[in-house]
Write a protein that binds this ligand. Structure first.
Ligand SMILES: [Zn+2]
Ligand SMILES: [Zn+2]
Length: 289
């Protein structure tokens, strides 16, 4: 931990589902400190196998076991992760009392990882020293909203409501036709969140994250360390802001700051010079999208 900053981990809640994105050292401790929802995590997404993104995983898995978890847990990550966790469990003769599943990610193209009632999750390739993916969380489309005042006046049978919500035109009891848009309003817009873990500046990422409501993008360095960013395949604040701008993101949260920066304000200002709606992510920050 440097300057009160722990390695990467984010808890994302979409409706009643909780997702953990990356699990750096100390994650379980931080989760317990900030939320009682950490026990509800059923899906974990690991971007790559640098320690600052997954060294907290075995601790979390074994703590769940000690606390008698029985719910299924699915981990998405690079293929080697399954072997790493399996060895750790084997050598300590740990037998988990909950079902644990691994699904391998690969870093060549966009892949759909998960499809639930409320969300679709995709991985997409980033450009880092080792195979690394970002993750895109897409809320499912909402149904159209009924114009109840109008519908009640027209005396339309409530059996037709579902058709209207699904966007279909209907007829009333007497066969009079009604256009869907006359009886419904546009649905609430579905939200999108993208997580860009460690990566150098690469415009090929843009198509995967276009029009997201919130983009998290690493910004390890400032312009003063541009060369270092290139060597280590990380981004600068300007890089992250340029990606956010070109992808037409609504908001950008930056993070993964190098320990050389104690004060993050100059980093934020550099990003804001390109993309105004930039914010710093920090330990314990909660946002709603
Ligand atoms: Zn890394
Ligand atoms: Zn990292």
């Amino acid at each position: 931990m440097q300057h009160g900053r722990y390695p990467t981990a984010q808890l994302l809640q979409i409706h009643d589902q909780c997702f953990l994105i990356d699990c750096g050292e100390g994650t379980q401790d931080r989760l317990k400190h900030y939320t009682n929802r950490w026990f509800k995590i059923n899906f974990i997404f690991i971007s790559h196998l640098h320690g600052d993104h997954y060294f907290g995983l075995i601790g979390l898995l074994t703590t769940y076991n000690l606390l008698k978890r029985t719910d299924r847990l699915t981990i998405y990550g690079p293929p080697e992760l399954e072997k790493i966790i399996q060895i750790q469990l084997d050598v300590s003769a740990t037998k988990l009392n909950y079902p644990l599943y691994f699904i391998s990610t690969e870093d060549k193209q966009l892949n759909k990882l998960l499809d639930t009632n409320s969300v679709e999750v995709y991985s997409f390739p980033l450009d880092h020293k080792i195979p690394t993916t970002g993750f895109l969380f897409k809320e499912k489309k909402y149904k159209r909203r009924l114009n109840i005042d109008k519908i009640i006046k027209l005396d339309i049978n409530n059996k037709k409501y579902k058709l209207l919500q699904d966007g279909l035109d209907i007829e009333d009891e007497y066969g009079n036709p009604y256009k869907n848009e006359d009886l419904t309003f546009e649905p609430k817009p579905a939200r999108k969140y993208a997580f860009c873990s460690d990566t150098k500046y690469n415009e090929s990422i843009i198509p995967y994250i276009e029009n997201v409501d919130v983009l998290y993008h690493e910004a390890t360095f400032m312009e003063d360390a541009k060369k270092r960013a290139e060597e280590t395949k990380h981004s600068t604040a300007i890089d992250a802001a340029t990606i956010a701008q070109k992808a037409n993101a609504k908001k950008l949260y930056i993070g993964h700051y190098s320990s050389r920066y104690k004060d993050l304000e100059p980093l934020l200002q550099e990003a804001k010079s390109i993309f105004e709606a930039t914010y710093l992510s920090y330990e314990g920050l909660t946002i709603s999208i």
